[in-house]
Write a protein that binds this ligand. Structure first.
Ligand code: SF4
Length: 480
């Protein structure tokens, strides 16, 4: 999961880029970068939060009327500066590019580019790979025009497997955006006077005052030139299957993705989960959300079962999201540093904790334990998504098959493992119907692969093993 933002249309866009990146900082806290184009490319990237990377001095040299920015959460590559996006190449035209997603056939494409095109990929970051695939295709079409550009993007779609939402500066020509054939990663665009902006989440456009036009469609490319001429073309006909986890966990609740409100989706998930709570005859004294993602669902659930909603866990906002942190040892210590229970709310009560999901179970176990230490009589635990069992190959840090607690364990065993008195999961039907009710685009599918193993793209067993091996190696590298 990363966040991307691109703007074209007026001078000195860097202020807007940095402000916009701050609004999507939750999508990646490892590194940030931006590149602008006026008469030449101006680049700044660094490790850390947006506020640590950009300052008045470096922003002053990031001049130009086209700009892209990126916040990074690595699923491939290491934590080196060389891995930070955006990337650029000088030929043809000069192209800069940032993306959100994960290229599955990375190794094959890298070898092919090196052998056939004599293009060398200097990082392990798949954005550099997409950039070079696009660059190689554009070189073949020669003279720049929109038709040639879209033809080159179509060839890029044909070559790359996986998920990718891309924003790219095409030298002095303009700003390009495209979204993979299944639209797995979000990408939305809007307009403010003569400027256009693309972003991973609508919240960035809201904050910057852009009026939302539409989501970039799956398999669609959009190009805006420096005079403001707008072109868009759908290049593939595959079915749309956006990542359902955006609504469950990743996106900010004030975002709207593919015309579905994230907040409302979570609210409906809470209402649906209440049905499971009632079926199991669970009667808590209070409902407590595990902050921050699960607030809307916990509130809806509490309303539905007519039990008080209370804030019983306070989050230290200055500790990174546990999910974003890469090593298990970091995660365990971070839970305690991040969350503190309010004893007066919990002491002597039967508590129903609501969380978005359970991945490895360690965080849930620590939180249940915190509740007991704070004096809870009974601790019930409810996840508003179904059991996670399969790795994500599309850019989320859940790529190793044996790290899922639900992979081999039954719900009763998971309950024992995390130490709660009752454990409730959302059903798959309830998850899908909660999303589909709010689906104004009326697409039927979502990517639900991490729950049910139905991947929208073809993936061979060897590819699973290869991705798993790469991830284990990169985790080892991080821990050294
Ligand atoms: S596998 Fe899960 S996390 Fe990954 S894209 Fe699909 S729904 Fe999202």
């Amino acid at each position: 999961m990363c966040g991307i933002l691109g703007i074209i249309g007026k001078d000195n866009l860097i202020d807007e880029i940095v402000t916009g990146l701050l609004t999507i900082q939750h999508r990646g806290q490892d590194a940030a970068g931006a590149i602008t184009f006026g008469k030449k490319f101006n680049l700044k990237k660094g490790i850390g939060l947006v506020r640590n990377v950009f300052n008045k001095k470096n922003m002053a040299r990031l001049e130009g009327d086209i700009a892209i920015g990126h916040v990074r959460y690595p699923t491939i590559g290491t934590y080196e500066e060389t891995e930070i996006q955006p990337f650029y190449i000088n030929s043809p035209y000069g192209i800069a590019l940032a993306h959100n997603g994960n290229v599955i056939n990375y190794r094959e494409l890298k070898t092919e580019l090196e052998k056939k095109e004599l293009r060398y990929i200097n990082s392990d970051c798949d954005a550099e790979l997409i950039l070079n695939v696009l660059g190689a295709q554009l070189s073949r079409f020669g003279k720049f025009n929109v038709n040639n550009l879209f033809a080159a993007v179509k060839k890029t779609f044909d070559a790359i497997q996986g998920s990718y939402s891309v924003i790219s500066i095409i030298g002095e020509n303009g700003l390009l955006a495209f979204r993979d054939a299944h639209g797995i990663k979000p990408l939305i665009f809007g307009r403010k006077e003569n400027s256009f902006a693309f972003a991973s989440e609508s919240v960035a456009l809201d904050i910057l005052g852009y009026k939302i036009i539409n989501d970039v469609l799956p398999g669609e490319a959009i190009f805006i030139d420096r005079k403001g001429n707008f072109s868009r073309k759908k290049l593939t006909n595959s079915f749309h299957s956006p990542c359902i986890f955006e609504w469950i966990y990743f996106a900010r609740p004030d975002s709207i993705i593919d015309r579905i409100s994230v907040y409302e989706a979570r609210f409906r998930l809470g209402k649906k989960l209440a049905e499971e709570i009632q079926k199991q005859n669970i009667k808590p004294d209070i409902v407590i959300p595990i902050p921050d993602t699960s607030r809307a669902a916990a509130l809806a659930l509490a309303e539905e079962i007519a039990v008080n909603y209370r804030e019983g866990l306070i989050k230290n906002r200055y500790i990174a999201r546990t999910f974003i942190m890469s090593s298990q040892s970091q995660r365990i210590s971070a839970v305690r540093k991040k969350l503190n229970p309010i004893r007066n709310v919990i002491d002597g009560k039967n508590i129903l904790l609501v969380d978005d999901s359970i991945v490895r179970g360690n965080t849930s176990k620590e939180i249940v334990n915190l509740m007991r230490i704070a004096g809870a009589r009974k601790v019930y635990f409810a996840s508003y998504s179904p059991p996670l069992r399969y790795p994500c190959l599309y850019g989320i840090d859940m790529q190793i098959r044996n790290e899922f607690i639900a992979k081999e364990k039954s719900i009763a065993e998971i309950k024992e493992n995390i130490g709660c008195d009752k454990l409730v999961y959302q059903t798959m039907d309830a998850l899908l119907s909660s999303l589909q009710i709010g689906n104004k685009n009326e697409f039927r599918f979502f990517c639900t692969a991490c729950f049910d193993g139905n991947y929208p793209t073809k993936v061979s067993e060897n590819k699973f093993k290869e991705i798993e091996k790469d991830r284990i190696e990169s985790k080892r590298h991080i821990q050294q």
